[in-house]
Ligand binder design. Structure first.
Ligand code: SF4
Length: 865
């Protein structure tokens, strides 16, 4: 019998444990690990379908110098020589690393050590800067150290959940399921989000506040708690310090009516929230990108921390502020010091810490001050101040704000190295050297999740081609730069032990981050490591904080004025994630089932705004900001506030001709954390009306995107589907069709053409376009790619007597569409989500679609009423 390997999910910061059973050369069965404390056996749709993403399609398997394959020795020698020459000529601050929360802690540690201790610069920053660096800055201001006080166990005993700027049902589904389970036992859920997301739809109360008004909301709540006698005066007196005028400053503009006006919410709803909060000591306030990705992100974090500190809702079961991180190892990166603003192991750049770390590393040149944060780092690349850049496991040409400027910077940089698992990425196109890195399922190391639990990620497959772990690649460059002894690691466990020793080195308890026991273990102990939470289960229970006087800090924060919409840019653009996709889709984009939930990048817009701007639901629109413009498919959404747009972050030049969201936001950052404000960009929208629309189905993944106005790649079993629209003729599209027997039909009245190519007795391609007619549902044609025979009705797009259209897929685990679910609700008089599950199975596996099922139920009920 095959033994399951215990590892962790590749995606979000929930950090779910997985039992992976390897069933073939590159095949694996994935199951939730019932013994992992983060998920207790559950997985969401992304984790469940990890097995669909472990193939070698699109992998970078060999070092490349330019377009030519090179040996590891040649590529590493070149990287080391170029970095050394640049440093010798222009100084240590002329080079930079831009790394990722996808790296394992061991990878992060080696990269940080090389840059800060040996090159002597702190120009290493991570894409976690874009995700949660405001939480880091807020924790340091409030607690004295970047420590998350909450644990997932708090979710099981809380009586009130306040979700702020977090579509938890989509972005942290297993956390959300734990919250729902507690709500079913009577706890209340309040969601604060400008959008009515699936998370908000299930809430007891949803406050759709004006974007950027969070500080006003939280300050008003703190004032209400004070007025209602809900502050914990004894805790405050014993454990918290505040500036003398803290409460005076708070009072201004914090009355209920002023706050309701600033936040643009109903005063009665606001009062309900305030009273509920004041009356519920066991409250967990969870926050993520809606709070962090703001030019006031750190103040917003501290407004939340102030509330919990002042009401004594910290260090007690079921009571804590809880920053939930986006990436699998954002927290591990914070622990090693992978942000430009921290040195290492939760130490700053003060003289004592610098001397300590330099001593520990026996380092020749410790960084003197914080380095360039992501936005400034790429600005420095563009201005020629950074002359050699190494990008590891991330895609800044897509994900950075004002991404077109980032592309210009990369194009102008004299030397760019990209280490990645994927051969063709938007960033890789700018690289002088590309280095093949190990992917999830091949890497071995540790990750830290949102609640400080450290888990092993274990290799399932041998390293393919010449791919190597990131730590190995970095240490080989370091050794070639002349630091052989300091980077003499043979295995990830060597690095782990050094990381643990640094955490306890010269640490008398002043730094809470410490891994004392872990430093002692040998290789076998590392291999067998069980998940454990550093800092214990009751952080701050003793009321002691890692500050000079042992007290936490109330940080005065004030609501910034919210500017009125601009005449030229009358709308406000927000961006975020889809339930079943991850970052730039290099992995989830391979999984056909995950593509079913949202196949194309949508711009969600309120229907009345849609009318105002002459948009058509399902049509195309161009979203423009002062930074650039991109195309999207329009989706009317009642859950959008008027005047606001929402777009996803996942699509790239590789996967679509539109939907490239990163180029739209301004490169404006929070002054404390350097985190960009992605959530509030002045924008406008206009309809785009292509002459024709259609789709191209291929039995392979073409090297190039089809050349037309709108082309979006959708992963399907046995091939690829491109959703298309355009104005020109079809010549270039026809040129993409493979050779084979051609079957064709044309309806000139509707401007419709349908072409099928049959090769070796199977459907090899189908190109369907129309100007005014209908296009068939894609499912049946997609299935024909793998059918052993050619159906005579290919050009009809459906088999005679075929099953009815299932509609968009809602439950990806069991491939169940919206129309099937709605019909079951109507025909079988189903009244709740559990009944839908019992009747047709939807929602009974990973559970990620349960909020969607609840919404469909409610829509069917309102249709019936
Ligand atoms: S919630 Fe989903 S994506 Fe996040 S770690 Fe768990 S299984 Fe992976």
């Amino acid at each position: 019998m095959m033994t399951a390997i215990r590892t962790t999910c590749a995606y979000c910061g929930v950090g779910c444990g997985i039992r992976a059973t390897v069933t073939g050369e590159r095949t694996v069965e994935i199951a939730g690990d019932p013994d992992h404390p983060a998920n207790r056996g559950r997985l969401c749709s992304k984790g469940t379908h990890l097995g669909e993403t472990v193939g070698l399609e699109g992998r970078l398997l060999h070092p490349m110098i330019g377009a030519k394959r090179a040996s590891w020795d040649k590529a590493l020698d070149l990287v080391a020589r170029k970095f050394k020459e640049t440093i010798a000529r222009h100084g240590p601050n002329s080079v930079a690393f831009y790394v990722s929360g996808q790296l394992l802690t061991e990878d992060y540690y080696v990269a940080n050590k090389l840059m800060k201790g040996f090159i002597g610069s702190a120009n290493i920053d991570t894409n976690s800067r874009l995700c949660m660096s405001s939480a880091v800055a807020g924790h340091i201001r409030g607690f004295g150290e970047d420590v998350v006080p909450a644990t997932y166990d708090d979710l099981d005993v809380a009586d009130l959940f306040v979700l702020v700027g977090s579509n938890t049902a989509w972005c942290h589904p297993i956390v959300y399921q734990r919250i729902r389970a507690r709500c079913e036992a009577g706890a209340k859920l309040v969601v604060i989000d400008p959008r009515r997301t699936e998370t908000a739809e299930e809430a007891d109360l949803h406050l759709a506040i004006r974007p950027g008004s969070d500080v006003a909301l939280m300050n008003g709540l703190l004032q209400h708690c004070r007025d209602a006698g809900a502050l914990d005066e004894a805790w405050l007196a014993a454990h918290v310090a505040a500036p003398e005028d803290f409460w005076d400053q708070l009072g201004e503009g914090s009355d209920l009516w002023s706050v309701a006006k600033t936040c643009d919410v109903d005063a009665a709803d606001l009062r309900r929230f305030y009273e509920l909060f004041a009356a519920t000591p066991r409250t967990v306030t969870l926050f993520s990108q809606g709070i962090n990705q703001s030019t006031s992100g750190t103040d917003q974090v501290n407004a939340i921390l102030n509330l919990h500190l002042a009401t004594g809702r910290i260090g007690k079961p079921g009571a804590a502020p809880f920053s939930i991180t986006g990436q699998p190892n954002a927290m591990g990166g914070r622990e090693v010091g992978g942000l430009a603003s921290t040195l290492a192991a939760h130490m700053d750049f003060g003289p004592e810490a610098r001397a300590r770390v330099q001593r520990f590393w026996a380092a020749p040149a410790i960084a003197e001050k914080p380095g360039l944060k992501a936005v400034d780092l790429f600005r420095a690349v563009g201005e020629g101040r950074i002359k050699a850049l190494w990008v590891m496991a991330t895609n800044p040409a897509v994900s950075m704000p004002d991404a077109n400027r980032v592309r210009e910077a990369l194009a102008a940089c004299p030397f760019v190295v990209v280490s990645d698992v994927i051969e063709k990425t938007d960033t890789g196109a700018f690289a002088h050297v590309r280095l093949p890195a190990a992917a999830w399922g091949e890497k071995d190391g540790t990750v830290t999740n949102s609640d400080r639990t450290i888990s092993r990620q274990r290799a399932l497959f041998p390293l393919p081609g010449e791919a190597m772990p990131d730590w190995w690649i970095v240490k080989e460059v370091a050794r070639r730069m002349g630091w052989k002894n300091a980077f003499a690691y043979d295995r990830a466990a060597d690095i782990w032990r050094e990381h643990c020793r640094l955490s306890t080195y010269d640490n008398d308890g002043a730094r809470l981050f410490a891994l004392p026991g872990a430093a002692q273990g040998g290789n076998a102990a590392y291999d067998d490591m069980q998940p454990f939470r550093w800092g214990g289960d009751a952080m701050f229970a003793d009321g002691r904080f890692p500050t000079d006087d042992g007290r936490a800090r109330l940080v005065p924060v004030a609501q910034k004025p919210l500017p009125a919409p601009l005449e030229k840019w009358p709308l406000t653009l927000n961006s975020g994630r889809y339930r079943d996709q991850w970052h730039t889709m290099t992995r989830t984009g391979l999984a056909p089932k995950l593509a079913r939930h949202r196949a194309e990048p949508l711009v969600e817009v309120h229907p009345r705004d849609g009318e105002q701007w002459d948009l058509a639901d399902g049509g195309l629109a161009r979203v423009a900001t002062p930074q650039g413009e991109s195309l999207y498919r329009v989706a009317f959404a009642e859950g959008q506030r008027r005047g606001e747009l929402f777009v996803p972050i996942h699509w790239t030049d590789r996967t679509a001709s539109g939907g490239r969201t990163g180029l739209l936001p301004r490169p404006l950052v929070d002054p404390h954390s350097g985190q960009p404000g992605f959530k509030r960009t002045p924008a406008r929208i206009e309809a785009v009306s292509p002459r024709w629309r259609g789709f191209l189905l291929l039995n392979h993944d073409p090297a190039e995107r089809p050349g037309c106005l709108w082309a979006t790649r959708v992963a399907v079993p046995s091939g690829t589907l491109w959703e298309l629209a355009g104005d020109g003729d079809l010549k270039s599209l026809e040129a993409t069709l493979p050779k084979g027997e051609r079957i064709e039909a044309e309806d000139r009245a509707r401007g419709t053409r349908r072409i099928a190519i049959v090769a070796s007795g199977r459907l090899a391609a189908a190109l369907f376009v129309t100007e005014t007619g209908e296009l068939p549902p894609r499912d049946w044609l997609i299935a024909q790619l793998a059918a052993p025979d050619v159906a005579p009705t290919l050009l009809a797009g459906r088999a005679p007597g075929a099953a009815a259209d299932r509609g968009p897929i809602v439950c990806v685990c069991f491939d169940i569409g919206l129309k099937t679910i709605a019909a079951a609700i109507r025909d079988q008089s189903l009244t709740d989500v559990a009944a839908i599950g019992a009747a047709i199975g939807a929602g009974t596996n990973c559970g990620s679609c349960r909020p969607a099922l609840a919404r469909i139920l409610s829509e069917e009920k309102s249709h019936a009423a």
